[in-house]
Ligand binder design. Sequence first.
Ligand SMILES: Cc1cc2nc3c(=O)[nH]c(=O)nc-3n(C[C@H](O)[C@H](O)[C@H](O)COP(=O)(O)O)c2cc1C
Length: 397
Amino acid sequence: MSSLTNKRIILGVSGSISAYKSPDIVRRLQDLGAEVRVILTAGGAKFITELSLQAISKNKVHNNLWDKDAELSMGHIELAKWADLILIAPASANTIANIANGKACDLLTSVILASTAKLMIAPAMNQQMYQANALQTNLDILISRQVSIIQPESGVQACGDTGLGRLPESSDIANQVAKQFETTQLSGKNVLVTVGATIEPIDPVRYISNHSSGKMGMALVDRCIEMGAKVTCIYANISIPLNDKALNIQTLSADQMHESVMSHINQQQIFIAVAAVSDYRVKNLSNQKIKKSSDNLILELIPNKDILADVCKLNKKPLCIGFAAETQNILENAQIKLKNKASDVIILNDVSSDEIGFNSDKNQVIFISQNQQQNIAKNSKIKIADNILKIFIKEFL
Ligand SMILES: Cc1cc2nc3c(=O)[nH]c(=O)nc-3n(C[C@H](O)[C@H](O)[C@H](O)COP(=O)(O)O)c2cc1C
């Protein structure tokens, strides 16, 4: 089934009598997982109220290019950048003419000019208006600019005429929008990714951690989202930006990360354990800063729970991908991990080289499952993430 999970849609509502159907279009887009913001033209506002659209979209309705508060931070440019797709439904003959002529005469047309997002329009008007040469020429111009036209339906119209020009059913419109994003191979899947490096406190100012930057984990979060998954990102100690389309949960220690993973794992179909989790923690955590002295200081470390192994032991276990950072006997150790933890996949990361692995923007890994072992050549972490997911999807989904 098509999905709009993680997709941000601007719905432009212009001055057609069928604008009364626009709250239902918002609903159908939301049903498919989209976040919807509405731009209402002056014409559109004659047929449907801002309040109805605001209540249904759960977002402020934008209707004024000259909004002083919004323009303090260039509101129309922000909106243009926010959208993955702009849908105008219904699209009036007047708005179609304005877009075809590159006008920026109101908020909707200005946002369209300022956006690189895909544009779809659903013309809706009297059958004679729809047949008019001027309207058809404007549609041809838009088609030549890769604008998708949602074809109107034929039937009895509000004015009493019969013919082509009716707005299609809201669910048909929403499905046609979703089709634009259909390459998404993880649509409808919930994916939990752990990212970063856990921190094990010694005292209030000192801790034990590791060199993981979180870049490989975030690359996987980003790619899963682009592939249509609903992602939960449980992270610790990262200084790179989070993806605001994921549900982001901050943790600190291995224990906290374990607890957070376990409380979110039931809803997941896929678990990707990328975080570098500390194997040990300090047994006797000091509440006060440990004072310097000339004596040796001995810290007793006790093992942490193994998050990947515990997830793999669950009765209703998701498909699991674990990362193994190794510096010696790398293949042998990764095979042992695959078996002992009962993970579906282990991604072997040789972190002995400075050029790849921890903190670097590049990586080079080996994909290991029971059925295969594939080298994934050195590349940017986003490409590595893409390759890992493609191999995984081919074998398991
Ligand atoms: C009662 C009424 C119904 C209208 N219905 C339509 C319509 O279905 N489609 C259309 O293109 N224009 C229709 N119009 C004309 C537009 O509302 C008008 O061109 C308006 O300026 C469009 O503004 P906008 O493109 O900024 O939204 C209608 C006008 C009236 C008074």
